[in-house]
Design a protein around this ligand. Structure first.
Ligand code: AMP
Ligand code: ZN
Length: 137
């Protein structure tokens, strides 16, 4: 399941060189070329899934296990103070490469990066309305 036109398919499968920090049968993890901080890495499945919604559950589970293992190691080896996991789906959400990837972003005191949002101030009714829309029972 590769997409001939997808750069992350080519990188994940070794057809385009990258700064790889981990590889197994299903994944490659590479350093981001435009890092938010030192060590910013991307977990790439070798198969092509455009986003989280296309990702099979067993791959999704493995992504989180890898994020835990590699994230801990990065924090340790790079003497980072924290770690953000970021995963964008859809252009509106900031996705620019349409091959699923999970960002591992080590954080350092005074790194001057901002990964966040402006908090809203919903009233009780609005929260209840939203809850009704998305509750999963
Ligand atoms: P996103 O905005 O979540 O789709 O993230 C795409 C990320 O891929 C950005 O952080 C880019 O810097 C990174 N990126 C794009 N092309 C490459 C590449 N050839 N090698 C490594 N990282 C890349
Ligand atoms: Zn791809």
């Amino acid at each position: 399941m590769k997409d001939e036109t997808c750069i992350f398919c080519k990188i994940a499968n070794g057809e385009i060189p990258s700064k790889s920090i981990y590889e197994d049968e299903e994944f490659r993890v590479i350093l981001d070329l435009g890092p938010a901080t030192k060590g910013h890495a991307l977990i790439l499945p070798k198969n092509h899934y455009a986003d989280l919604f296309e990702l099979p559950e067993e791959i999704a589970e493995k992504v989180m296990v890898l994020a835990k293992k590699l994230g801990s190691r990065m924090v340790d080896k790079l003497h980072a103070d924290g770690l953000n996991l970021v995963q964008n789906n859809g252009e509106t959400a900031g996705q620019t490469v349409f091959h699923f990837h999970m960002h591992l972003i080590p954080r350092y005191k005074d790194d001057n990066q901002k990964i966040g949002w402006v908090p809203g101030k919903p009233g009780e009714e609005e929260l209840e309305e939203t809850q009704k829309q998305i509750i999963y029972e």
